[in-house]
Ligand binder design. Structure first.
Ligand code: DX5
Ligand code: ZN
Length: 227
């Protein structure tokens, strides 16, 4: 069984007390902190930048005292300058949308040279073709199951087929690549998404919309463990 990861997106957290929200979710059984960066250009919304990431990093501490990996999802264009800023602000993983970079191969190289793991993010209507040329260079594939820009949208079912395709590509590569799914994930559908081949699950509104984050995360894990 793959080792599943749950990555709460602070896009749906209470922005008036982000430090406390990060501490709460880090203590609630989550694995990674998903950090949605939007620029009101590549996507029609604006969130937070590297300074906010740097400020929150000390709050992202797992129950055993280890740092909680910060999983930065760049929905920005261009990519490279901000990717470097996030690498310096404490990101562990940085994903970007290949169509937002003039030179995606160079962007991947630069992220890895800065000491971070590199991921490629695919919108619902974006094919996986670029993986023909980049799968040997990356650490993570992020499949969008909603159109990027907002939390709280409904899961788009065609993402399941894309997850299956991505899983086949990862297995054929023989490389250690995480397969992350982002958008509309909740306890009620997480199992179906895992069965398609995903091993890492972003959840924003499903977690931050509830009073007890640990309960939601435990429900998700229980679904993942069902035979
Ligand atoms: C959408 C973001 C997602 C979003 C997911 O652009 O990339 O990470 O926060 O939110 P939910 O889980 O509410 O669909
Ligand atoms: Zn995201």
């Amino acid at each position: 069984m793959p080792q599943f990861r749950i990555a709460p997106s602070i896009l749906s957290a209470d922005f008036a007390c982000l430090g406390e929200e990060v501490r709460r979710v880090a203590q609630a059984g989550a694995d990674w902190l998903h950090f949605d960066v939007m620029d009101n250009h590549y996507v029609p919304n604006l969130t937070f930048g590297a300074m906010v990431c740097r400020a929150l990093a000390p709050h992202a501490v797992l129950p055993d005292g280890a740092p909680m990996p910060i999983d930065v999802h760049l929905m920005v264009q261009p990519v490279d300058v901000l990717a470097q800023a996030f690498a310096q602000a404490g990101a562990a993983l940085i994903s970007f949308h290949p169509e937002a970079s003039a030179h995606p191969h160079r962007s991947v190289q630069a992220i890895r040279a800065a000491g971070c793991k590199a991921g490629l993010a695919f919108n619902p209507a974006t094919p996986l073709d670029v993986l023909d040329w980049l799968i040997d260079e990356i650490d993570l594939i992020l499949i969008m199951s909603v159109n990027p820009g907002f939390g709280g949208q409904a899961f788009i079912d065609s993402a399941l087929r894309k997850i299956e395709q991505a899983r086949r590509r990862i297995d054929a590569s023989g490389r250690d690549i995480r397969l992350e799914v982002d958008g509309g994930i909740k306890a009620a559908n997480i199992r179906r998404v895992a069965d398609a081949g995903a091993d890492t699950f972003v959840a924003g509104s499903a977690i931050f919309g509830q009073p007890d984050y640990a309960n939601v995360i435990a429900d998700m894990r229980a679904e993942l463990e069902k035979k």
